[in-house]
Design a protein around this ligand. Structure first.
Ligand code: SF4
Length: 441
């Protein structure tokens, strides 16, 4: 296959970098730039696509709406019609009025206009832990996506309200592992392996379920009930070692790429990593393949990270001598193999911060983070491997208008968009999270 030639547009190091991806998207909408976005809905402007209240759009807009998925009503006109400066002023004023009563969390992939108001910026687990630093805050406003708000609710005190400013901010990857499908998968695996609870002569059960943090609370609860554990992109290897000490094999969901990249680095052969497609009997594998499996990979992926390609890396190397390519482990295996390094968002941030000489970095992760790093470290040349402007389009739904709306609601004594995990799910989900915290290399 012939490689597609790519023209990358690295950020100029001698000019200040605008960290706002939204400004770039609005320039595309206005026809002021020839750059493109990956999603025509984003190029329609936030209120045009948000005029269809509900789930998506974004990475998962072509998918069936998951059962019980939260629905967002339309934002009142006073917020939709306010400009960026007015919304910023209203957010600042509401936060000042609320003081210590509220803590605002901003994910690394969140848009800059929201992140500037965050008390903490980090990955989903760092932010859930940051909320623990504020046990007296009445409300935790989580500017991320739905599963992140659920995790914060699991770890926060019962009387604290966790708020997701836009209920339509889901995660397409998390939605790819539906609890009914996972329960069905477990029953089919029991048909192949027999008793799933009783250890064999070596003290190992047939399967340990492992879920990535990017999954619903229902999946974390399932994992907790079946002797399993949660992992992050930072500790996936440690968690898999924990699981292999207790089981013959691992059922890993929802992200096939994180599972495959991690297990491959641990020496698990690819032929012992069958994929589980929930729409097929036995996930699409034979019983013999399942019997031989070490890691069963759920058929899930991140729509943002799967856009990165080996061709983009080749283009970056051709155009930038000495470029250092770092990608996220949610990228496909061939991309991780072609990169110089792979690591979590925190790894990427620390790697750039630790570089003492001016360096050119080509980064394979979500563009809001890349753009912010480029602005934060002007001594380096930092650009996104993907030449198209492609944010996490579900997280992009947390427009500042929604943040202003929930904060002013709190000022008025009204809790809007509270995310609550029911006790039957929360208790086993916390068990799975506690196992992760206790798993040490
Ligand atoms: S970047 Fe991917 S995995 Fe992360 S929230 Fe967005 S869709 Fe989900």
């Amino acid at each position: 296959m012939t490689a597609t030639p790519l023209t990358l547009q690295p950020r100029a190091v001698d000019h200040p970098v605008d960290p706002s991806v939204d400004h770039e998207i609005q320039a595309i909408v206005a026809g002021e730039t020839t750059t493109a976005t990956c999603n025509t809905d984003l190029a329609a402007g936030p209120w045009t696509f948000d005029s269809r209240p509900g789930y998506g759009p974004g990475s998962s807009m072509g998918d069936v709406i998951p059962t019980g998925a939260p629905r967002q009503g339309q934002l009142p006109a006073e917020y939709r019609e306010a400009d960026e400066a007015e919304l910023a002023a209203r957010i600042v004023a509401a936060k000042a009025t609320l003081g210590e009563r509220v803590v605002v969390l901003g994910h690394f992939y969140q848009r800059e206009e929201v992140v500037v108001h965050a008390d903490y910026v980090g990955d989903s687990f760092q932010l859930a832990n940051a909320a623990l630093e504020h046990p007296d805050a009445e409300a935790i406003v989580f500017c991320g996506v739905h599963f992140m708000a659920e995790t914060a609710d699991l770890l926060s005190r019962p009387e604290q309200a966790v708020i997701l400013p836009n209920l339509a901010a889901g995660c397409s990857m998390a939605d790819m592992a539906d609890i009914d499908q996972v329960e069905d998968c477990w029953e089919q695996l029991a048909d192949v392996y027999g008793d799933m609870e009783t250890p064999d002569a070596d003290g190992l059960v047939p399967v340990i379920p492992v879920t990535y943090m990017n999954s619903s609370a229902a999946i974390k609860g399932f994992v907790g009930r079946h002797g399993g554990i949660v992992c992050t992109s930072s500790n996936a290897r440690t968690v898999l070692e924990w699981a292999f000490a207790r089981g013959r094999r691992v059922l890993f969901f929802p992200d096939q790429h994180l599972g495959r990249n991690t297990a491959k680095a641990m020496g698990v052969p690819l032929e012992q990593m069958p994929m589980w497609n929930p729409r097929k009997a036995f996930g699409g594998s034979t019983e013999a393949e399942l019997a031989d499996a070490r890691v069963i990979l759920w058929h899930g992926f991140c729509s943002v990270h799967r856009r990165f390609t080996v061709d983009q890396i080749a283009a970056a190397r051709a155009e930038h001598s000495g470029v250092r390519v770092i990608v996220h482990p949610e990228c496909p295996m061939d991309v991780v193999d072609a990169a110089d390094e792979a690591g979590s968002t925190d790894y990427i941030r620390k790697a750039i911060a630790a570089a003492t000489e001016p360096t050119t970095f080509a980064i394979g992760t979500e563009i809001n983070l890349v753009q912010r790093l480029a602005a934060q470290f002007p001594q380096h040349e930092i650009f996104c491997l993907d030449p198209v402007v492609c944010p996490c389009s579900t997280m992009y739904r947390i427009h500042p208008g929604y943040l202003a709306w929930v904060l002013e609601g709190l000022v008025a004594g009204e809790v809007r968009n509270r995310i609550t995990v029911t006790a039957d799910v929360a208790v086993p989900a916390r068990v799975a999270l506690e196992r992760m915290l206790a798993a040490k290399p």
